[in-house]
Design a protein around this ligand. Structure first.
Ligand code: FES
Length: 96
């Protein structure tokens, strides 16, 4: 691995729209960012924010890329479970 500005394998885009903000989307994003650091996933997983995903009023919405899978009804307490799912996805893709 050369390091540097390598493209991440997975991106979790957390909605930062008004409705999701009310459901503490920033808290979820910050928790995910902390876990990515803690679990040593900074090379593979990017946490970002995005605009409204059209899934308002159902908790927090997020988009998982690649695949453009929309996740909804998330809460900050779901951060660990969400990241575990992403790790499973990564493992499935990069079998050695
Ligand atoms: S505000 Fe988050 S899905 Fe609309």
């Amino acid at each position: 691995m050369a390091g540097g500005a390598k493209e991440k394998n997975v991106s979790i885009d957390i909605c930062a729209g008004d409705s999701c903000k009310e459901h503490k989307s920033k808290k979820l994003r910050m928790r995910l960012e902390a876990l990515v650091e803690e679990w040593g996933l900074t090379e593979e997983v990017m946490i970002a924010k995005c605009g409204c995903l059209g899934r308002c009023k159902q908790g927090i919405a997020a988009e998982l890329r690649p695949g453009n899978k929309i996740l909804k009804e998330l809460k900050p307490k779901h951060a660990e479970r969400l990241l575990e799912q992403v790790i499973t996805l990564l493992k499935g893709r990069s079998r050695h």
